[in-house]
Design a protein around this ligand. Structure first.
Ligand code: BMA
Length: 374
C-alpha cells in the first residue's frame, strides 16, 4: 500500500474502533434489545454504586441453628437478614452437559430457570458459571487435572462434536429463559473462569494462552453465530493476577468479552487482613484501568471469606476495597453448608455488620436497581 493510503487506512480503522467504543454496545452485534439495555445500564449503575451479588442465593441457605434449608420459594439468607435480595444472583450449569435434572450442587435446572425469571422480573441481574466436565473424557470433572485437554479437543473431531453437543444444551437453556412477554432474559455468562490458577482442566498449567483463547473464541462463535444465542454478555474472569500483563495473557479479544472480572477469596483472616486489602486494591485499580481503556464493564466475579469469620468483614474489609471503585458488582459465593458459606444468615456473627453495609448508599441491592432492561 502507498504511504498516504496506508495512513488513511490506519486512520479509518482508529475512527471505526472509536465509534464502536463510543456506541457502547455489547460485542454481539445481534444482541437482543434487553441485552443491549442491560449492558448500557450496568455501566450507568456502576457510577451509582457496587451491586451486591451471591451465588445460588435463592436455592438454599442456612437456618439460625446452622442447619440447611433447601428450595423454599422466595427465601434467601440475604433477604432474611436485610429485607432485600442481592442485586445480582449467580447460578452454575455444571452437569447440564449430561442432561442431569440437578446441577453439580444439587439445584434442579428447572429451579434455576425459575429463579432467573423471578430475578429478571424483580429487576435484578443473572450471571452463570459452568463447572463442566472434560469434553475429551466426560468422566473427568472440572477439577480432575488433565494436561493439554484443549489441544486434544481441537485435534479430534469426535471430541469437538461432543463439546458442540454440550454447547447445544447451553444454547437451549439460554433460549429457554423468557420474561412475561416471551422476551429472552439476558444473562452474564462466565465460562472458563479462574484460569490464572491450575485447578480446572482449562487452567493456566494445563493449556497455552493460544489454546485458551482458541477455546474461548470457538465457544462464543458457536453459541452466538451457529446457535443464534443473542441474550448473553460474556464475562472473562481470572483468579489472582500479578500484573496487567498477567491478567491479559489469556484475554481472548475485545470482540469476545463484555465484562472483565476476577475471583479472589480472603483466606487466613485475620492474619492476612491487611495483605488481602492491599492486594485487592491493587487488582481492582489495574482492572479499572484495563476495563476503562477497553470501555468494558468490570466486576469482582467471585469473592468471600469462608464462614464470614470476621464479624466486621463487610465494613472493615469489603467496603474500603470497593469504595469509589467503579465496579459493577461484587459477588460472594454460596451458602452451601454450615462449614461453607459466604453471606450471613440470621444469627450469624457478621449479621449486624452486613446490615450496616446494606444500608450504605454505595452498596446496591435489588430494590436499588430498577429499569436495567429498558
Ligand atoms: C466451589 C464449591 C463447591 C461447588 C463449586 C461449584 O467453590 O462451592 O462445593 O461444587 O464451587 O459451585
Amino acid at each position: 500500500m502507498k504511504k498516504p493510503f496506508k495512513i488513511i487506512f490506519l486512520f479509518s480503522i482508529i475512527i471505526i474502533n472509536c465509534v464502536a467504543k463510543a456506541q457502547n454496545l455489547p460485542t454481539d452485534k445481534k444482541a437482543t434489545k434487553q441485552t443491549i439495555s442491560l449492558y448500557q445500564n450496568l455501566k450507568k449503575t456502576a457510577q451509582k454504586g457496587v451491586m451486591f451479588g451471591q451465588q445460588d442465593a435463592l436455592a438454599y441457605g442456612l437456618n439460625q441453628d446452622g442447619s440447611r434449608w433447601i428450595g423454599e420459594a422466595g427465601r434467601s439468607d440475604v433477604k432474611t437478614v436485610t429485607g432485600d435480595y442481592p442485586a445480582v444472583i449467580g447460578y452454575d450449569l455444571g452437569k447440564l452437559e449430561f442432561d442431569s435434572t440437578n446441577n453439580l450442587d444439587g439445584v434442579p435446572f428447572s429451579r434455576i430457570r425459575k429463579n432467573i425469571q423471578e430475578t429478571y422480573i424483580r429487576g435484578g441481574v443473572n450471571t452463570i458459571s459452568w463447572h463442566f466436565n472434560n469434553p475429551t473424557d466426560p468422566n473427568k470433572t472440572t477439577w480432575d487435572k488433565a494436561d493439554s485437554t484443549i489441544k486434544h479437543l481441537f485435534a479430534n473431531k469426535k471430541f469437538i462434536q461432543n463439546y458442540s453437543l454440550w454447547l447445544d444444551k447451553v444454547a437451549a437453556f439460554s433460549k429457554s429463559l423468557k420474561g412475561s412477554k416471551g422476551e429472552l432474559i439476558p444473562i452474564i455468562f462466565r465460562p472458563f473462569h479462574e484460569h490464572t490458577g491450575s485447578w480446572f482442566w482449562w487452567g493456566a498449567g494445563h493449556c497455552s494462552p493460544q489454546e485458551y483463547k482458541k477455546m474461548w473464541r470457538f465457544t462464543v462463535e458457536y453459541l452466538r453465530d451457529k446457535k443464534g444465542v443473542h441474550n448473553i454478555l460474556y464475562a472473562y474472569s481470572t483468579d489472582h493476577f500479578d500484573s496487567k500483563q498477567h491478567y491479559l495473557e489469556r484475554y481472548p479479544g475485545d470482540d469476545l468479552v463484555d465484562l472483565m472480572g476476577f475471583d479472589m477469596y480472603h483466606r487466613n483472616a485475620p492474619a492476612s487482613n491487611e495483605a488481602f486489602k492491599k492486594d485487592m486494591l491493587r487488582m481492582i485499580s489495574e482492572l479499572k484501568e484495563m476495563a476503562t481503556e477497553k470501555n468494558k464493564i468490570y466486576a469482582i466475579t467471585e469473592m468471600g471469606l469462608e464462614k464470614v469469620s470476621e464479624a466486621d468483614w463487610w465494613t472493615n474489609i469489603v467496603l474500603p476495597v470497593i469504595h469509589n471503585s467503579g465496579l459493577s458488582y461484587a459477588l460472594v459465593w454460596r451458602n452451601g453448608r454450615p462449614d461453607h458459606f459466604y453471606a450471613p444468615y440470621k444469627g450469624q456473627s457478621s449479621e449486624a455488620d452486613f446490615v450496616k453495609f446494606y444500608q450504605l448508599p454505595e452498596t446496591l441491592f435489588s430494590k436499588d436497581v430498577q429499569g436495567l432492561y429498558k
